[in-house]
Design a protein around this ligand. Sequence first.
Ligand SMILES: [Fe+2]
Length: 147
Amino acid sequence: MPKASPEVAKILQATLVDLIDLSLLGKQAHWNVHGPQFRSVHLELDVLVTQVRESYDTVAERLAQLGVSPDGRVETIAGTSQVEDIGPGPIGSDKVVQIMADRVDAVSQRIKDALPQVEEDLLSQDHLIAVAQNLDERAWFLRSQIK
Ligand SMILES: [Fe+2]
């Protein structure tokens, strides 16, 4: 079984945490959106959540394959996520699209910035590239609804 370097493990774990948090915020936004684009944004947010859940499952299982225990506990998410909160309460459809697209872009950017640090493990790097590609697609779908 391959072993993860500390650097690769750190980046995969940080990505796992950010993706779990992003999926939780996606549901929060899905439930609290209102306004003229309610239906399309409500549905698109569930597409985001589904895709992000699939992505973090892949990242967690890559960690496990590398002999590192993935940590998806709520304490770990709350303590180490780099995703900015969206706050409680109802939120207008235009605003939520902007806010969630910004959060998706930020997670994608952190992954892209970390790619040179995982070059030693091309399979992990490939997983992370696929995650970032999916995030960019979702941000595009979100933003296209208000432009
Ligand atoms: Fe729903």
